[in-house]
Design a binder for this molecule. Sequence first.
Ligand code: C5P
Length: 216
Amino acid sequence: MIIALDGPAASGKGTLAKRLAQHFGYAHLDTGKLYRAVGLAVLQSGGDPENAAAAESAANALVPSDLDNPALSGDDAAVAASKVAAIPAVRAALLAFQRRFAESPPDGAPGAVIDGRDIGTVVCPDAPAKLFVTADVEIRAERRHKELLGRGETSIYARVLQDLTERDERDSNRAVSPLQTASDAVVLDTSAMDPDAAFAAALAHVEKRLKDASDR
Ligand code: C5P
């Protein structure tokens, strides 16, 4: 059983994905981390994340322990991630890892919750439950700004808003696997919802889809 969650940065999909995974006892894969790890590896080797050859070789060299690097949550990694994510060879290299996770979730989990930008459209187009989680960009920037401050990092709201706007633009307009709503996904706009309300709405949808799938 696969639950696919897509949406723009800081829409709340990561938090939702974790809670859904915990609720159902499923494994969770945050696919943004894969792209962040590739972007960070290129930056750390002194390369340019827009250089296709450097990014492809970093994607091919990725090992699971790279996903535990705390530096992945930083904004440098996020910006580099959205640059390497536009390179077709990088997406192709990461696709196999994501599909394997979906087909055989780790630790014998009976299902997987996978969040990203193209899970319902490209990685798992047959997922029975798909959510597209979104929120107004100013609200997402505010949440992200507070999260950074809460972690004791320096953050300037205007800079966060600009980064998110540019990232949305790159993610939505790239030629390969752009951020878009799958035709069979339910759109969940969390602009006016707190995390509990967003979880309740997501859970109601997923439970309905799981029931429909088991009735079939
Ligand atoms: O979700 P997160 O903000 O961590 O993702 C970082 C970047 O990785 C995104 O801005 C996007 O460019 C890229 N990404 C992607 N496809 C995914 C997940 C993330 O292109 N499935």
